[in-house]
Design a protein around this ligand. Structure first.
Ligand code: F6P
Length: 343
């Protein structure tokens, strides 16, 4: 078979590990040829691709980023987007397209599959861990490890200066990175979009803690955290060229409010794209390798319109359309576990 691969959306540690696994099994086991479309859907729309083989992928397992490049371009942005996809797939004689991406990229993949423009198998990528029907997306473990290591470092400087440290982490409209890093890093409070915060209650918690003689506090804030309606004025969020809301900035707002309400010296750290860069953890390397193998196996089983997923520790396939129907929030029991450590 001739198999096409693309990586779309924000980059994420482990993308190369997935591509490497696909190429390895495709070439060595199935005798397929593999091409990689460059810069996400953009490569499919414009017909730009590079040949991929085991030799090309050598040394890529621990490398962050993606050898294919990525973008947030989508066929859904153009009236004739699906026709262009169909034309490239026909012109390149691509039998199957493995789409590695997050919510936006995979929603486009579901449309491509529904329109019959390509035979699609999807792989769930994102540090945000917000794709439904899989227990974990790849890249998430690495992002949590980076955020946790940062929180560990902030503890010692917070304690030395008796400061409140606000740490803003990524995650878009869900709080998976925040809640995991908050528990792992021993946060005083973790604010996530699933549970709008009341800034008065946040300040009161920190005041209570200080009265108990705990002078340093760490507040982890998900970039998508929102205040309880009517409690805090928030600035409008800008959108990027792809209509993607640019999140971030909530950490600074919360830090200023805490300082104003408590009088405690407060600093903010925005971890930003550091969470997405560099080498994947061992866990992510294994998960990526399993996802890549499962994806090429699904291609040979002609499981079109499916997404590979981790369920109960096993690799399974699920309907892609169901996986992208809604984002996966933080589970109530995990939030309750985090709450047990608040203050
Ligand atoms: O979806 C991954 C992610 O890193 C989000 O956590 C974050 O909101 C967004 O991408 C940042 O996007 P960009 O790289 O376009 O600034």
């Amino acid at each position: 078979m001739k198999v096409g691969v693309l990586t779309g959306g924000g980059d994420c540690p482990g993308l190369n590990a997935v591509i490497r696994a696909i190429v390895r099994k495709a070439e060595r086991h199935y005798q397929d040829s593999v091409i990689g479309f460059t810069d996400g859907w953009s490569g499919v729309l414009s017909g730009n691709f590079i040949p991929l083989d085991v030799n090309f992928m050598r040394g890529s397992l621990p490398r962050g980023g993606t050898v294919l490049g990525t973008s947030r371009m989508s066929p859904r942005m153009f009236e004739d987007g699906l026709d262009k996809v169909r034309a490239t797939i026909e012109a390149t004689k691509t039998d199957a397209l493995i789409v590695i991406g997050g919510e936006g990229t995979l929603s486009a993949a579901a449309s491509v599959q529904a329109a019959g423009a390509a035979c699609v198998v999807a792989v769930p990528k994102t540090i945000d861990n917000d794709i439904a029907l899989t227990e974990q997306t790849f890249g998430f473990d690495t992002a949590v490890s980076i955020a946790t290591a940062a929180i560990d470092r902030l503890h010692t400087t917070a304690e030395s200066h008796d400061r409140v440290m606000v740490v803003e982490v990524m995650g878009r409209h869900v709080g998976h990175i925040a809640i995991w890093a908050g528990i792992a890093g021993g946060a005083t409070l973790t604010l996530i979009p699933e549970h709008p915060f009341d800034i008065e209650a946040v300040a009161a918690t920190i005041m209570r803690r200080h009265r108990r003689g705990r002078w340093a506090s760490i507040v982890v804030v998900a970039e998508g955290a929102i205040p309880v309606d009517g409690t805090l004025e928030m600035a409008e969020q800008a959108v990027d060229e792809f209509g993607h809301k640019k999140l971030g900035g909530i950490g600074q707002v919360i830090a200023s409010e805490i300082e104003a309400r408590t009088g405690f010296d407060t600093r903010v750290t925005v971890l930003g794209h550091v969470q997405r860069g560099g080498t994947p953890t061992a866990f992510d390397r294994v998960l990526c390798s399993r996802y890549g193998i499962a994806a090429i196996d699904a291609v040979h089983q002609k499981q079109w319109g499916s997404m590979v997923a981790l369920q109960g520790g096993k690799m399974v396939t699920v309907p892609l359309a169901d996986a992208v129907a809604e984002v996966k929030p933080v589970s109530p029991d995990l939030y309750e576990a985090a709450r047990a450590f608040f203050a």
